[in-house]
Design a protein around this ligand. Sequence first.
Ligand SMILES: Nc1nc2c(ncn2[C@@H]2O[C@H](COP(=O)(O)OP(=O)(O)OP(=O)(O)O)[C@@H](O)[C@H]2O)c(=O)[nH]1
Ligand SMILES: [Mg+2]
Length: 463
Amino acid sequence: MTLPDSDDTIVAISTPPGYGGIGVIRISGKQAFTIANTIIDTTVNISDVKSHTIHYGYVRGTQSGSITDEVLVAAFRAPNSYTGEDVIEISAHGNPQILKQIVSLAIDSGARQAAAGEFTMRAFLSGRIDLVQAESVADLIAAESAAFQQVALYQLSGRLSAYIGSIRAQLLEIGALFEAYTDFPDEEIPRQQKGELLAKLNDVTASLSRLSSSYRRGEIIRAGVQIPIVGPPNAGKSSLFNAILAEERAIVTEIPGTTRDTIAEKIEIEGIAVRFVDTAGLREAVDQIEVAGIERSRREIDAANLLIAIFDVTDDPIERIRSSLFDLMGKYFIVVLNKIDLVSESDLASLDYELGDCRPVFLSAKTLVGVDKLVARISSVMRESMPISGVDTNVLTNKRHFLAVQNAISFLTEARVKLKQGESYELMAFDLRQATNSLEEILGKITNDDLLAEIFSRFCIGK
Ligand SMILES: Nc1nc2c(ncn2[C@@H]2O[C@H](COP(=O)(O)OP(=O)(O)OP(=O)(O)O)[C@@H](O)[C@H]2O)c(=O)[nH]1
Ligand SMILES: [Mg+2]
């Protein structure tokens, strides 16, 4: 894949599609100021304005004397801009028609439509930010929870990069020691030196292992917690789903098999995005649509971080729970007994006694009694069983980073084995070099066009 030409001056609408109070057009590159000067009438000459200043003016129309919009122009001179190049940001009225016209005018004056993520790619290519920081920009824009937002900001600030950079520095230092020994046969190297090398290798491997294991937490922070609501037909899954979301999102009827497809909605609990999924009841399907629905329910169960298994208190709950335990095995789950409005206190007490070991939450999805207890239970399971806290530490949220760290660890493990077996230092120096390369790939010190194209194509246009 080839990357777009970085000598061009690029233009794009940077605000989301649709109507809004303002819309922003961004222009970046050597000609940004000249182009702005050509298309905008102001009392000053934009080519001469100072960096970080704002100017009032009119974007000229296509006919002479006509105007396209009344705007504010912000000017940023290289290297103190988002891309590190000369940047102009035009704040116009947020009408997609107007914004498109301004982009066309800029293109007529020599700019090129920017590709997805191209502004951020330029920030990376100009060395203003590294690859981890560039990727965090997309995360920050996409973040659906306070926790992920905080992690993305942490990464954008360069602190994760600095940490990875410090491990890279250790690897370089150890690598240099191995290089220094390459000219000596193993038996000439004092035991103590070998011991020190081994200790250094162990140290740095431990740091990387900690980083690698943070990915489990990172995945939950990024993707959220998946909580499908499962159970027999008519147990009240859709009613509970609606009760948790506090809206009539899913259809509820007394007919078993009402829910055919899965429906998902996200809310935030403990600062983490939690995706609740209403599913089709698990039973012998009566038709093809239901078979497909049940298949989808199964997929949600497989991907779940936590299951809510709901049963109707009036419908033989003890037997049903027993026969469901197999499905729940190996998963975090909360047993819910629904429809408590239909039974007496004493029936509930005896059910509680019988089922005490699965700590059921008794509630009524209809009257909403007990729904808050369920949400509190979900919070406590998340806090106790999922590594969700400590967002200001170095946590990996990106699979690319995780795989590279794992790669580095496996080269270091190789080196350790070789050191113990007394193999040649040249081979170990090579392993160290490979481990270092893996970390450099994370930071974008080593990169290739395909990887960059892949990363930035996931951005939106205008970012
Ligand atoms: N009395 C009472 N009825 C309830 C309660 N929760 C749900 N129901 C009723 O039980 C029936 C089934 O509810 P749903 O929420 O559609 O159940 P479901 O598990 O989604 O059912 P399927 O999608 O068909 O598998 C409806 O008639 C609801 O009104 C409750 O707490 N108390
Ligand atoms: Mg339903």
